[in-house]
Structure formats: C-alpha cells, structure tokens
Design a protein. Structure first.
Length: 349
C-alpha cells in the first residue's frame, strides 16, 4: 500500500512482482473455493429427501431437509417429495364398447411415497417415478374400464364409481411393483362426449328433471293427503277418547247414584225393619202383659165393671124379673173376653 511504501524503502523489483503474483493466486483460490462451494453446497427443502448419483449410478445415501455438501461436478442429486402430492393426468382418451370416443379432461391422483421406500422406488423407476407408476397406469386403467362399458354406463350409470375403482386398481398394482407408494384418493372430472350426443343427454336430462319434478309434486300431494288423513284420524281418535271419557263419567255418575240409592234403600229397610221389630216387640210385650193381666180375678172384676157401666134404671112392677133375664146372656159375653177394652156395651132391648 501507499502507507507501507512511504514508511519502508522500496524493495527490489523481483520481490514486488512476487507479491502481486501471490495476490493473484489468492484471488484465484478464493474464486475457485466460491465456485466449489456453490456447486457442492445444496439445500433440501422440507417434505423432500435428496438422492445422489455419481457417474450415473444411484448412491445409497440420502439427505433430509437442510444444507448438505457433495463432490461438485462428480456427484449430482435430485429431490424426491415424500409428502402428499397431487398428480394431474390430463386429456385421457376413453373408447367405449360401442365405438364412441370420449375424453377425460383431468384425473387427479393424490399419492404419497414413504421415506423407507424412496431408494427402491427411485432405483426401479427413477426419480420421476410418477410417470410410469401414476400417469401411464391411469391411462391403462381408464382404457381397460372404458373398453368393457358403453357410453351410458361411463357417462351416467357408473361415473360415480370410476374414482373408487381407479383408486383400488392403482393401489393393487403399486402394492406389487412399488411397495411404499400409497394412493390417497382419486378425483375424476366429467368426460367430454360428442356434441350431438351431449345435446341428446341434455334433452334426456331435462325430461328426467320434468319427470322428477312431477314425481315430487305427486309425492307432495300424497304427503299432504296422508297428513290430512292422519289429522282426521287423530281428530276422530280425540273425539272418541273424549266420548269415552264422557261416557265413563256418566256411567260413574249412574253407578254413584245407584250406590247411593242402594245405601238409602238399605238404610230405609234397616229403619223399617228396626221399626217393625220395635212394633213387634211392643206388641209381643203387650200380648205378654195382657196374658199376665187376663187372670180369672181380673176378668171377673172387668165383668162387674162392665155391668156397672151398663146399669140402667127401670121403673115398674117387673124389674126384678127383667134383671134376672138379662144376667144370663151377659155371662157368655164376659167369658168370651170381648169387653176387655173397658167400653160399655149397649144392652139388648
């Protein structure tokens, strides 16, 4: 530098030339190191694994996400995705059994390669394994399916089964030839068909839609009628239940009245029976008392009381004879027990 040259004496020419050469060598070394660093240092992205080739041969080593070194210009690498990826297979021809050619615009195959199967799959099918294992297999399976089905089956009847059948077929083959590569799902777009056939399908679909609308209207009418019928049945059942409840209430009222009448009758009967028993007992006691009263002495006394109650005064010369004639008939009356009530009897004239 200029500061150094000013502080020290100038060195001989050869020494100054050697210093310039050393600087050039240093610069070259730095540049080569930078180039070597540029070509030897590489980065593996997350979700990928790096496989290495040397002289075209696949090496056994793998590198995971991050920065790694390799021999520049001799060793090369390729990243292989080991997360879920979607391969889009486009413009797949499909020749039906009836000779109509249709095309699937796009079939999406979601797949994933396991870490432990990377080397085997790349060794057998290269790092671009999805072309022979996914793309070519999709074309093959679609052609196999279409060749055994007619247009209506492919376009209408069996279209909802194509994705599942294609997934099963792909996974079956991959399990045999490339274990570790898994099919997650398959999505199939509606195929393109000739314009004339498409218009016919649209007309047919329109007619089917009209039929479905008419059928749905009929179902609605039938449902409304069924609802009305059920409503009428419910109303009738409700009225019947109310009538049964009312009838039951009336029966219960009648039963209550009948029981009350029976109770009253039983009470009256018991009362009358008690009264009759009392009267019978009174009569019986009176009869017993009378039987005790009707002694010969009592009857004799009553006879004379009766005679005295029926005493009449007669005037004339034949009074004694008249009395004697009337005493004998009255003796029979006293013996028969008729004048026991104490009332005087009228004498016979």
């Amino acid at each position: 530098s200029s500061g150094i040259n000013a502080e020290w004496p100038l060195r001989p020419g050869p020494i100054q030339g050697g210093s310039s050469f050393s600087g050039t060598i240093l610069i070259i070394v730095i540049v080569l190191s930078a180039l070597l660093m540029q070509f030897s240092l590489h980065k593996v992205e997350e979700g990928h694994i790096a496989v290495y080739y040397r002289g075209g041969a696949l090496l056994h080593g793998l590198s995971f996400p991050g920065y790694h070194f390799m021999l520049p210009f001799i060793t090369s690498y390729k990243p292989v995705q080991v997360t879920t990826q979607t391969d889009e297979v486009t413009d797949i021809p499909c020749g039906t059994s009836g000779g109509v050619m249709i095309y699937f615009d796009r079939i999406e195959v979601v797949n994933m390669l396991r870490h432990d199967a990377v080397l085997n799959v790349v060794r057998n099918f290269t790092a671009d394994y999805d072309k022979p294992l996914i793309f070519d297999k999709v074309h093959h399976e679609v052609n196999q399916f279409c060749s055994t089905q007619n247009l209506h089956s492919v376009y209408i009847d069996l279209f909802d089964q194509i994705d599942e059948n294609l997934k099963v077929a792909l996974q079956r083959d991959l399990t045999n030839i490339a274990p570790g590569l898994e099919i997650v799902s398959v999505r199939v777009t509606k195929p393109k068909i000739p314009e004339a056939i498409r218009r016919n399908y649209e007309l047919m679909e329109a007619e089917r839609t009209k039929l479905l609308i008419a059928t749905e209207k009929q179902k609605v009418v039938e449902k409304e009628a069924e609802t009305e019928r059920k409503r009428a049945i419910i109303e009738a059942n409700k009225q019947a239940e109310v009538a049964n409840i009312t009838f039951g209430q009336k029966i219960m009222e009648k039963d209550s009245l009948q029981k009350m009448s029976e109770i009253e009758d039983t009470t009256n009967l018991a009362r009358q029976r008690s009264q009759a028993d009392a009267e019978f007992y009174a009569a019986k006691m009176a009869a017993s008392a009378n039987s005790l009263k009707l002694t010969p002495e009592y009857l004799e006394m009553m006879k004379y009381k009766s005679i005295m109650a029926n005493v009449k005064l007669y005037f004339g010369p034949s009074i004694p004879q008249y009395i004697a004639d009337n005493i004998k008939p009255n003796e029979n009356l006293f013996k028969s027990g008729i004048p026991l009530d104490g009332e005087p009897n009228e004498p016979n004239e």
